[in-house]
Design a protein around this ligand. Structure first.
Ligand code: HEM
Length: 113
């Protein structure tokens, strides 16, 4: 059963970046954050960097979440890790010249319209 935070099948298209889908943030080891440590989750939220080094697209507001203090960031990671795992693979990510396999919304970033 899917619930909020277990991934979405409607993506966000960001000019020059590609199309990105809300990831599965439950602790499923294959399709979610099950293999991630709390430190890795915190790094993704505050610095936008995944364990594989990929920098998350600005659909994920990590530049704003950079202001989270250590206690709040740790609480956020602990909460995500406390949830029931949900198996839910999401599409993508797709590069700027790839065509997405599922529907998406177009984002316009401030200052670029
Ligand atoms: C406090 C709340 C949030 C937490 C804990 C969180 C956590 C994360 C994490 C850990 C990732 C990386 C997952 C992965 O690569 O598999 C991620 C990516 C992402 N998040 Fe968030 N997020 C939050 C809020 C949001 C919000 C508000 C949005 C959009 C409105 C959003 C949209 C996205 C998208 C689209 C990605 C994928 C970006 C990419 O693949 O480049 N997130 N988030």
């Amino acid at each position: 059963m899917a619930y909020a935070g277990s991934g979405g099948d409607i993506g966000f298209a960001i000019p020059d970046y590609g199309v990105f889908f809300p990831p599965n943030l439950t602790p499923d080891p294959e399709t979610g954050l099950g293999g991630w440590t709390a430190e890795e989750i915190i790094r993704a939220v505050r610095a936008g960097e995944r364990p594989d080094g990929r920098i998350l697209a600005p659909a994920m507001p990590w530049r704003s979440y950079a202001a989270l203090n250590d206690a709040d960031a740790a609480a956020l990671a602990a909460y995500r890790q406390s949830l029931e795992p949900v198996v839910n693979p999401v599409p993508g990510p797709f590069g700027p010249r790839e065509s997405a396999s599922a529907p998406y919304l177009g984002l316009v970033l401030p200052g670029t319209e």
